[in-house]
Every structure is written in C-alpha cells, then in structure tokens.
Design a protein around this ligand. Sequence first.
Ligand SMILES: Cc1cc2nc3c(=O)[nH]c(=O)nc-3n(C[C@H](O)[C@H](O)[C@H](O)COP(=O)(O)O)c2cc1C
Length: 208
Amino acid sequence: MSLWLKLAIVGLIAGLVAVWQLGDVDPARRWLASLSLLLYAVILLRYSQRTKPAHNSTPEQNPDGCDYLIAFATETGTARALALKTQKWLKKSGIRTSRAELNRLRDFPAPRRALLLVVSTTGSGDPPKTGNQWLDAGDLPDDFSRCHYAVLALGDRTYPNFCGFGLEVAAWLRAFGATPLFDPVLVSQEDPQSVNYWFRQLKSKGLP
Ligand SMILES: Cc1cc2nc3c(=O)[nH]c(=O)nc-3n(C[C@H](O)[C@H](O)[C@H](O)COP(=O)(O)O)c2cc1C
C-alpha cells in the first residue's frame, strides 16, 4: 500500500471520528457527512487498484516463470518506457509477463514463450547503466539457452557504433544457444515507424 493511500485512510478515519464527536450537529448531516467520507473511501480504493503496476517485477512474485519476460537496459528512460509499452500491449490480452532490468535478468526464471529485450546504447557503443553488469556475475542460467528472444535496440544513427550494445546482446544470446524470433529491430532517435515495426514483427510471430 502506498504512503499516500495510508495517509488518506488515516485522514478518513480522523474525519469520521470528528463528524461523530462534533456536538450540536443535526444527525441527518452527520450521516450525510459519514456517507460522503465512505463514498470517498470507495473511490480511493478503486483508484488505487486501477493504478497498481500491471506487472510482476520481482522473481519472487512470479517464481514459476512467465510467458514473456521483458528485459530493458536504459540510460535515460526510453528503453524502460518502451519495455513498459510492450508489456502493457501483451497484458491487454491476458498474457503473463514480467519486466526486469537487464542487470537482474539472471535472477529471473527463463520465460516459457520468449525473452523480449529493449536495449539502448550509450557512450561509444557501451551498455547503459541498467545493463552494464548483466554478465559480470557469470552466465545466465542454462534455461535461457532454450529460449526464444527478440531485441529492440535503441540508438542514434549519427553515432559510429549504431545500436552497438543492443546488437552485442543479440549476438551474445545467439551464441549462448537461444533462438531469435527475428533480426534485431534497430531504432534511431526513437523513430516511431521503427517502433511500430517492432510491434508488427511481434504480431507476425503470433503475439500477443
Ligand atoms: C552520451 C550518449 C552516447 C550515445 N552513444 C550512442 C552510441 O554509441 N550508439 C548509438 O546507436 N546511440 C547512442 N546514443 C543514443 C541513445 O542510444 C538513444 O538516444 C537512445 O534512444 C537512448 O535510450 P535510453 O533513454 O533508453 O537510454 C547515445 C546517446 C547519448 C546521450
């Protein structure tokens, strides 16, 4: 439960107590005030349920694995946002997904259907901060070598090493034994047409 929701509940209880402690108030108004507060509580509760994150982002929440695991590596947030967009797209069809920073990939069980990676490049073809340790602590569990995977690589064509890190991740997974669903989709400067192409490619493989 978020801090704001907790504060709102405390405020509501305080409001109800105050309404019933006030002397000299018409009982009808007391009931009206109480009902308004309760209605407000119901609206708050519904809102908090709707804004719950639509994903399981820890391996503990999904210990048996999921259908699609979406991993992202980002420096300034674009890859994270596109990973979330991909996840929401899948979730709309009721598909079980998890989302993870690339650095934490090895903590997750291999997905049953595919690993989807949204990976940007920084520096001179270098990994961004949420992807710069993804293989430091050893290889991925063997199960990942039996996975299907797809890579959405974000970059900028004006850099000499265009989408360098995304391509490196794709090549690594292939060498590890994983099977690509299709060639990496390369995106320059967040080009929306290339992003749409990513979704079209996923659709062509039967997703969502
Ligand atoms: C300092 C810096 C270095 C970058 N280096 C590269 C690069 O070597 N190759 C490339 O294709 N794109 C490069 N980019 C472009 C980013 O990969 C691109 O803007 C991407 O959309 C950023 O995604 P992110 O917000 O998820 O990190 C660089 C961007 C910055 C700001």
